[in-house]
Design a protein. Structure first.
Length: 146
């Protein structure tokens, strides 16, 4: 019984996994997503022997492997939100929101490096801030050297 290429088998597994997820057959969904990930992994091993390896296969492997893990966690918990679909990324958004709120709490105006010193510079060196000034004509590529 010929399956075709590993990529075709993986695509078939993903289609079947989506159908099983719609029918709420979660254990079969997990198994099919893991099969798809393994098929992409197998295809990547053979792809390395070819003249032009494809980076997209590794990406697909990672995506479907993560989805399989999320479905497995969903099954073992029994409660909670439904895991995200192939194109969605729920955990990253939650992480970014949490990081943003933590940064808002942590950064104060007084913590900005050199703020007080920057206010005192025009008083110490008034000759630098008087007269006609030309803007810098170059592009700063790598930041300030310390």
């Amino acid at each position: 019984m010929a399956e075709g290429t590993s990529t075709q088998k993986a695509r078939r597994c993903v289609r079947e996994a989506n159908q099983e997820a719609k029918q709420k057959n979660h254990k079969e969904t997990v198994k099919l997503y893991e099969d798809a990930a393994e098929s992409y992994d197998l295809e990547e091993k053979y792809e390395a022997q070819r003249a032009r390896p494809n980076q997209g296969i590794r990406t697909k492997f990672n995506v479907y492997w993560d989805i399989g893990k999320k479905w497995n966690a969903y099954i073992t918990k029994g409660k909670g939100k439904k895991p995200p679909k192939a194109g969605e990324s729920g955990s990253k958004n939650n992480y970014e929101k949490k990081l943003e709120t933590e940064l808002e709490k942590a950064i104060m105006v007084a913590d900005v490096a050199g703020l007080e010193g920057a206010k005192k510079v025009p008083i110490k060196f008034p000759h630098v801030f008087t007269g006609k000034q030309k803007p810098w004509k170059g592009i700063l590529l790598f930041g300030v050297r310390l």
